[in-house]
Design a protein around this ligand. Structure first.
Ligand code: SAM
Ligand code: SF4
Ligand code: SF4
Length: 355
């Protein structure tokens, strides 16, 4: 086990081959999920990560500490569905024990949120993002394969009641599916003092039904909302944050994450750790670096830190920009990875590496 990093403020920042710092870490705590969103887990059954490979919370916190040594200050808990992992609040406390980690956030589908919001808030969780693609129960059921819309609403309600103030609602915007719900979602978010962020549909992981004509682009979203609300103003640059923020005439702020049509790889400081300890430098990366092995072999902390430092220093990933380049020459026909390869390696799935 690593020394207690709360006693050390050592941060030795590292930048990659394009000068991008190691900034935020997405920690996938489980590959399992209680929904089956068509754009993420279109199948009913999956090959799950072996149970014995799944990192304990202590192992996750130890690795997060090494990342903090190298500049990571924000951790986002994701999955799969992170709230399926028992006693997640304990992980939040372990992570925040390291004072260099200044923000721990959660991305959840909301189904179990009402049950756990209070204990997560009490544990110090800083932010909650709920994924919500539709306000229509029947559409929700068709998209997710589960009848859980009411529980998601309860989850969203519970966030404000427990004291969280900065709720975000993430909506994957899909042409032919929810393009008629942009303004209803904005109005819904206003009601909960939340900020909605529209995410362009990406051709990642299990999104094997993806085609370019299903992508509701940032331009289309802005056009539709300008027709409904009037002039929309872009807020200043987003830095390393994935969302560009916009303001409606009445002051309502919303965001767009235009990963597909306007990739933001040039500013990307994010990397992803799967629940079994594989580290991915990009959402589109074909392989990851095994950090579980050195951790479980009790390699000295300096050596594991050095692996992370050296790998990040050599990072040249810019997956979304490369996919965009393929599109320009007409080679971006469907999903990134075919179904047989996905079945062979569950790490390629979005639900394994976290969105
Ligand atoms: N289960 C949690 C949830 O849904 O919020 C966390 C994990 S999920 C993989 C994280 C985010 O990835 C969700 O907001 C989801 O909508 C997004 N996502 C999954 N597949 C996507 C795709 N093909 N394109 C764009 N966003 C996607
Ligand atoms: Fe949906 Fe999130 Fe589960 Fe994927 S991991 S199926 S996006 S709820
Ligand atoms: Fe970062 Fe990869 Fe996404 Fe580009 S595609 S923004 S490099 S994770």
């Amino acid at each position: 086990m690593k020394e207690d990093s709360s006693h050390s403020d050592l941060v030795e920042g590292v930048t990659d081959a394009f000068g991008r710092p190691l900034g935020s870490l997405r920690l996938s705590v489980t590959d399992r999920c209680n929904l089956r969103c068509k754009y993420c887990m279109p199948e009913e059954e999956y090959v799950w990560l072996p149970r014995e490979d799944i990192l304990s919370f202590e192992e996750m916190a130890t690795l997060a500490g090494y990342f903090a040594d190298l500049g990571v200050d924000k951790v986002r808990l994701t999955g799969g569905e992170p709230l399926l992992r028992r006693d997640l609040a304990r992980l939040v406390r372990l992570l925040l024990h390291d004072r260099r980690i200044t923000e721990v956030a959660l991305t959840t589908n909301g189904v179990l949120l009402a049950e756990y919001a209070q204990e997560l808030y009490d544990a110090g969780l800083n932010r909650v993002t709920v994924s919500l693609d539709t306000l229509r129960p029947e559409r929700f059921r068709r998209l997710t394969g589960r009848d859980e819309f009411a529980r998601v609403l309860e989850g969203i309600e519970s966030v404000g009641k427990t004291g969280f103030t900065n709720l975000k609602l993430d909506t994957v915007a899909i042409r032919g599916f929810n393009e008629d719900e942009l303004s209803p979602l904005i109005e819904f978010a206003k009601h909960y003092q939340a900020e909605v962020r529209f995410i362009e549909y990406m051709d990642v992981g299990g999104a094997n039904e993806w085609t370019m004509d299903k992508v509701l682009s940032q331009d289309m979203i802005l056009d539709a909302l300008a027709r409904r609300y009037g002039r929309i103003t872009a807020l200043p640059e987003r830095g390393a944050a994935p969302a560009q923020q916009f303001c409606l005439p009445d002051g309502t702020i919303f965001g767009i994450i235009p990963s597909t049509t306007i990739p933001f790889c040039a500013q990307c400081d994010r990397s992803r750790l799967t629940a079994d300890g594989l580290w991915y430098l990009c959402l589109y990366a074909g392989s990851g670096v095994d950090l579980r092995k050195p951790l479980r072999m009790n390699e000295p902390s300096d050596q594991i830190r050095e692996i992370i430092r050296a790998v990040w220093a050599a990072r040249r990933d810019r997956g979304a920009e490369e996919r965009k380049a393929l599109e320009r020459v007409g080679l971006r026909a469907g999903g990134l990875i075919d179904i047989d390869r996905l079945r062979e390696d569950p790490h390629l799935e979005m639900h394994a590496r976290g969105g």
